[in-house]
Design a protein around this ligand. Structure first.
Ligand code: FMN
Length: 192
């Protein structure tokens, strides 16, 4: 098995002022950073400034850091709140910038909501979409229901149970990312 660390960027999916998802993303990033087997990098949809008069593939050259990260990535973590049972528009816009770059890589979802369902519905609404990007979805999600109660104002996690949940989430993502990396290297495909 290859020794190189897995590269798994994290994408924070909302640009809402006062977003609680930012606490979740930063906390998870710090958990990932502690691991010896993963390298990560955080991307924030707030930094993309997507124009509305162009779409997807035509403008991806304007975001080379994102393109290069996904080209190199073995997987992706998406942290998204649930907005009307779907993703925030900027998250869809950022994901749509690329296509072939995602193929045969793993994606794990972290979903956030104000109410008790913890973003299960936004994940389910996005599975079809990421499948079309060629990403392979893990089945161990990380859900934050009532996210407003889970962190202090300065972003410290208040519920210790999430440490074990994050480990389970990452373990599954690592398995998928490792397996798919082996497949990309060793199993012929027209995509890589
Ligand atoms: C446009 C919009 C739609 C929303 N729709 C839902 C929803 O469908 N289900 C839900 O549980 N919360 C919904 N919420 C509340 C979010 O879950 C809440 O903002 C939460 O704090 C997580 O997202 P945040 O990162 O924006 O803070 C919605 C919020 C906005 C701004």
């Amino acid at each position: 098995m290859e020794e190189r660390k897995l590269f798994i960027p994290l994408l924070l999916g909302t640009n809402r002022q006062g977003r609680h998802s930012e606490h979740v993303a930063k906390w998870l990033l710090s958990r990932v950073d502690e691991r010896p087997d993963i390298e990560t990098q955080m991307f924030d949809v707030r930094d993309f400034h997507l124009p509305y008069d162009h779409y997807g593939q035509e403008i991806k050259e304007r975001f080379p850091e994102w393109r290069d990260a996904i080209l190199r990535a073995d997987g992706l973590i998406i942290v998204t709140p649930e907005y009307n049972h779907g993703p925030p528009a900027p998250l869809k816009g950022v994901l749509d910038l690329l296509l072939r770059e995602y193929i045969h890589k793993a994606v794990g979802f972290v979903a956030v909501s104000q109410q008790v369902w913890g973003g299960t519905r936004v994940i389910e609404s996005m599975v079809n979409m990421v499948r079309e990007l060629g990403l392979a979805v893990t089945f161990t999600d990380l859900n934050f229901p009532r996210v407003q109660d889970k962190f202090s104002q300065d972003g410290n996690l208040l519920d210790e149970a999430y440490n074990a949940r994050a480990d389970a989430f990452l373990q599954e993502l690592i398995w998928m990312a490792t397996t798919l990396r082996w497949g990309r290297v060793n199993v012929p495909s027209k995509y890589h």
